[in-house]
Ligand binder design. Structure first.
Ligand code: PXP
Length: 239
């Protein structure tokens, strides 16, 4: 069905708890690669709370599968991405105080800046994806900015508690996926996806890739990373 991108930020979160060397996110990324991940995602946050600059350099050199660098549109981070040249940059909004990314980029409000960052990254050979909420005007502005890939924010789907609310969020994601695809965009999705709710998103026709981190790393604490990735890959790949 879809491809699986594994976000390894929380391996680095554990390392940064002691500011030492273990566990090494690059070693983790290589286990994910071996276990069937199609890409590795890492978010170089401006506060460097988990992934640090050295990790990004090492990931770029170590991986055989695609490296997707999640990042803000701040100039310092864009400069690093242009130097490292990951296969893809996924642009996300970033707030210092947030526990995790809280919503999609507002492409309408930040249009000029996003368009400029897209040009800079594209000129440096980096593919660009925008992490956005499943809203028509955000998709339209993405297209207008010249960006070819979106990652639909699945946070509201994850947080929906009742059957009705879950069905409503899923319906919105499906409709916006179809709409974006009709405009020629590649559609990925992610955030908050878990072992129990990923299948519904992976099954959406034409869904390209799902980016999943926390639930895989949490499960890995009990069953090991290789098994945790294999189990999620089976759901996402539909095998
Ligand atoms: N996609 C994006 C754009 C994200 O910001 C994150 C969280 O870093 C993820 C996917 C992965 O989310 P989770 O850790 O909840 O699976």
């Amino acid at each position: 069905m879809a491809l699986l991108g594994v976000n390894i930020d929380h391996i680095a979160t554990l390392r940064q708890a002691r500011r030492e060397f273990d566990p090494d996110p690059i070693k983790a990324a290589l286990i994910c690669e071996k276990a069937g991940a199609d890409s590795i995602v890492a978010h170089l946050r401006e506060d460097r709370r988990h992934i640090i600059d050295e990790d990004v350099k090492r990931l770029k050199n170590a991986l055989k599968i695609r490296f997707n660098l999640e990042m803000s549109i701040a100039k310092v981070i864009v400069d690093i991405a242009c130097k490292i040249k990951p296969d893809q940059a996924t642009l996300v909004p970033e707030k210092r105080q947030e526990i995790t990314t809280e919503g999609g980029l507002d492409v309408v409000k930040n249009f000029i800046k996003i368009k400029r960052v897209n040009t800079i990254l594209s000129d440096n050979g980096v593919g660009v994806s925008l992490f956005i909420d499943p809203i028509k005007k955000q998709i339209d502005k993405t297209l207008e900015a010249g960006v070819k890939i979106i990652e639909i924010h699945t946070g509201c789907f994850d947080l929906a508690k009742t059957k009705t609310a879950i069905a409503r969020e899923l319906k919105t994601i499906k409709a916006m996926t179809k709409y974006a695809q009709s405009l020629g965009l590649t559609v990925n999705a992610g955030h908050g996806l878990k072992y129990h709710n990923t299948k519904a998103i992976a099954e959406i026709p034409g869904m390209h890739e799902l980016n999943i981190g926390h639930s895989i790393i949490a499960h890995a604490a009990f069953v090991g990373l290789e098994k945790a990735v294999k189990e999620m890959a089976k759901i996402v790949h539909g095998k």
